[in-house]
Design a protein around this ligand. Sequence first.
Ligand code: HEC
Length: 202
Amino acid sequence: MAKKLTLIALLVGLVVVCIYASVTVRRGFSTRDSPSTVEAFVAQRTRDMAIPAKARRMNNPVSASPEVYADARAHFADHCAQCHANNGGGDTPIGRNLYPKPPDMRLAQTQNMSDGELYYTIQYGIRMSGMPAFGEPVDNDQDTWKLVTFIRHLPKLSEQEETEMQHLNPKTPDEIQEEKDEENFLKGDANSATPATTMHHH
Ligand code: HEC
């Protein structure tokens, strides 16, 4: 009897996997797509299980202050914004094309995570996604805790803070050259100051 039940369970499981696989194959594997409900559900459950209960219950030892926010803004602009955007919305050229995509961290899905879950995610990354691990595997990385404090602040991020972060985002070689040209032009460097128009008098 028990053997029969196991066999039936296995068969049902096999059918489910086959249906899922055929749907996935038909949808294709582009990372531009968003995961299906089933895929998102399974991934979320797997991620939840991957965070040890003890880590989940950790409390953030860092409390919010202007200095903490300033440190975290600089860190986030430099290491996280290329995928997550300065405002945490995730709308960046890289973020849009990752699979799964970085979530809008200002919304409930992220804000409802415990401090420990956020810390653990930043520290250890998320497997099979674009989210890399940052930092050594320790429980008291102050920089990571500051990032957790900052993520809590994202829904209230001011325009001024966002502008400040834009100056701290990593620059591409093109942008660096552009800035140099601009600087030279403003200094009145004759070589780079090519007049765009020539006046004609008749
Ligand atoms: C290369 C791209 C990339 C970089 C850089 C990156 N992330 Fe992520 N991050 C992701 C992706 C993609 C996800 C979503 C993964 C998933 O849903 O399985 C994610 C998820 C997260 C989550 C979980 C949010 C949630 O609601 O599930 C947190 C928190 C997070 N990132 C914080 C950070 C911080 C802080 C940094 C910088 C120290 C950072 N990330 C850098 C791509 C990135």
